[in-house]
Design a protein around this ligand. Structure first.
Ligand code: 6GU
Length: 226
């Protein structure tokens, strides 16, 4: 999978994909993240990418032409399955969307700034608009990092244990059960005895019960209504 991220602040995204699981995905050739500096497509001597909004009002708007040229330059290289605009008024990102996107081949992520992008970009070039939650960020870059992480780890072969992504919090609409590691007793803080029993079926049952309990108390909205 290849993800191109169009941004005026590629520096913000230099580090997030160079560690841990995202690095492993890149090293294995399973995920290629390419940062595209929008300013390279800016207009005139000053490489302008934003301008005052028609009708007046505070805040700059990202112009059509640089984004149009940038997206076209990418599209000349390969076919894209989605051109996603990251915006607080997009569809709220969740595990289901991450699952869908992890099956794609090539994706463009467009990071907005200032007041956002000229609406004509959204009308004519964007295939999907995604928000990461009900709060406002100063730009789409950190949202893009979150998408890439959530998507990247779902690509088959990226996680060491092929099955582990399937048992995560949210993947089955239940929060994850508690986990423990050695020592079994730390200064009198003991782990649940069942985990030392060696009884796999009982342990799985306990984990499911704990997951259900936690979900009921913290996120009842995730449970089916009955
Ligand atoms: Cl995708 N972008 C910005 N700027 N703010 C957000 C967001 C995205 N999602 C939630 N808030």
């Amino acid at each position: 999978m290849r993800i191109d991220i169009i941004t005026v602040l590629p520096e913000l995204l230099d580090s997030p994909f160079q560690h841990s699981i995202m690095k492993r995905a890149a090293d294995k050739g399973l995920l290629e993240v390419n940062l595209v500096q929008l300013r390279d497509y800016g207009l005139g001597q000053h490489k302008q990418v934003d301008d005052y909004q028609f009708g007046g009002g505070a805040g700059m708007v990202m112009m059509v032409e640089p984004i149009f040229n940038c997206i076209n330059a990418l599209k000349a290289q390969r076919i894209y399955d989605e051109v996603i605009y990251l915006t607080p008024d997009g569809e709220r990102f969740n595990q289901k969307i991450a699952n869908q996107l992890s099956l794609k081949g090539n994706i463009i992520l467009l990071c907005g700034h200032y007041k956002g992008v000229d609406e004509r970009i959204r009308e004519h070039l964007i295939t999907r608009e995604i928000s990461i939650g009900d709060y406002v960020l100063s730009g789409g870059e950190l949202a893009a990092a979150i998408l890439v992480d959530a998507i990247g780890r779902l690509i088959p072969g990226v996680l060491g244990d092929e099955t582990s992504a399937l048992f995560d919090s949210f993947q089955d609409d239940l929060l994850a059960p508690p986990v423990y590691t050695r020592p079994a007793n730390f200064q009198g803080w003991e782990i649940p005895e069942i985990l030392l029993s060696g009884h796999t079926a009982k342990i799985e049952e306990w984990r499911h019960d704990e997951a259900l309990k936690k979900t009921k108390s913290r996120r009842p909205d995730l449970l089916p209504e009955n």
